[in-house]
Unconditional design. Sequence first.
Length: 181
Amino acid sequence: MYLEKAKPEEFEDYYRIKCEPFVNYWSRGDEEIPPRENLYRFYMDCMPPADGMQSAGGMQSADRVLPGNQGREIYLIQTEEREIAGYLYFDHDGDTVDLPIALGERFTGKGLAKQAILAGLALAGKRGYRRSRVEIREDNAASIRMYTSCGYRRGEKTRDMYVAATGQIVALYAYEREIWN
């Protein structure tokens, strides 16, 4: 498994995964394909600037929080054969990082998600983050199993979400863990 920062030219791979019904159902709670132009804007907002400039705080532009991306980086998960299997978001705020993940359905059950989460945690530890927190729908048993196998523990209920595909309201819970270097 390879976890590499997404590049602008890889948008089509990201879009293909993002539009899979399996991924879309768990992330948005419906069966509607997200508008391509909206995802393209979002994706490009997550890319670091190519200018190599430093921010006012002195951080390199590739590491700074850019306007519009809310501190999010996108990493693509690749198989050993370098096939794009999914993506991992690296959302950072203070000393906490959120590592939401999605795999195409045909790549599930192969250990790629767990490897990607552990690689994301290692990266977070190297960058000095101390905690990780993710939000998981109560009906997403596969994600709950995967994150708890990576050391996350269920915390507080964060909110309710209406799932258009089922017409039901589903609770979301925080799952948290400490990060050690």
